[in-house]
Design a binder for this molecule. Sequence first.
Ligand SMILES: C[S@@+](CC[C@H](N)C(=O)[O-])C[C@H]1O[C@@H](n2cnc3c(N)ncnc32)[C@H](O)[C@@H]1O
Length: 315
Amino acid sequence: MDAVQFRSPQSPPDSFAGSLREGLSKAPKEIPCKYFYDSEGSALFEAICALPEYYQTRTEVALLRRHAGEIAALIGDGAEIVEFGAGALRKIRILLDALPAAQAYLPIDISGNYLREVVRLLAVDYPALALHPLVADFTLPLTLPARTGARRAGFFPGSTIGNFRPQDALCLLRRMREQLQGGGLLIGVDLVKDPAILHAAYNDAAGVTGAFNKNLLARANRELAAGFDLDGFAHYAPFNVKAQRIEMYLVSLKRQSALIDGEMIEFAAGEAVHTEDSHKYTIDGFREMAARAGFRPRAVWTDDARLFSIHWLES
Ligand SMILES: C[S@@+](CC[C@H](N)C(=O)[O-])C[C@H]1O[C@@H](n2cnc3c(N)ncnc32)[C@H](O)[C@@H]1O
């Protein structure tokens, strides 16, 4: 029998295969969290949003509903709304219902097939709205279509900003400010709180967050025939008190290997792969960062228990 033939790595570094090979060749190993989101990952994230432990979505939705009128007045009539990491397009409906004269909606998401599916559903419910979906990675330079509305407003809910290290979050906010061409940004930010609440939110009893985390491996099996044994990895999501962030890992439960983009990657028993951070902010801490990014932080809304915050940042 011929010796096993390994393909030489050919995928570009910003592809799933290339990023996975590069991240799993590092010490310690890591996988960028944006790769959670193929259609399966997006559906799993939606399931997380409905979990009893995951206070973020229901708190943010309640805040949006309660303050929709005020928010609509700040955004103004005839605006074009750009949503970064749009997901299931649920939260935008609250804004659109309060902004009947919105000119256009540009949802941006990396999860292409999922975005196409949810945009079709939105188009049925909002037939008069001009829809310009964009399948793209918002961390890369992005050319948005020319502005059609009186002004542009950004929408970045879900505390996705928390998935970036503070220095990267600052750069991302700066870039968004440029893309908004003078328009404001409405952004949802998860707050520091009792670590037990945070720990429960990322370690749900039903194991949905674990399945979401393991979707990185399942996706590698589907797209790259990587041969991961999903039961050979454990979901691990501790709260790092010093850095004020949940850290998510996949921990190898045994010595094993997987073939990624032509390279055999070895995992030691107990070796951790870092898959996501979710930083938590104080209201003042986030407003300071937004100001450093060139925004003027204006209104901020929070719930009575101060679990979550929504900020209106002006350019
Ligand atoms: C935490 S979910 C939030 C979804 C939705 N905005 C919400 O509030 O429920 C993050 C969303 O951002 C998208 N996403 C993550 N990284 C991205 C990137 N680099 N570029 C574009 N979209 C990204 C994911 O596909 C997902 O829909």
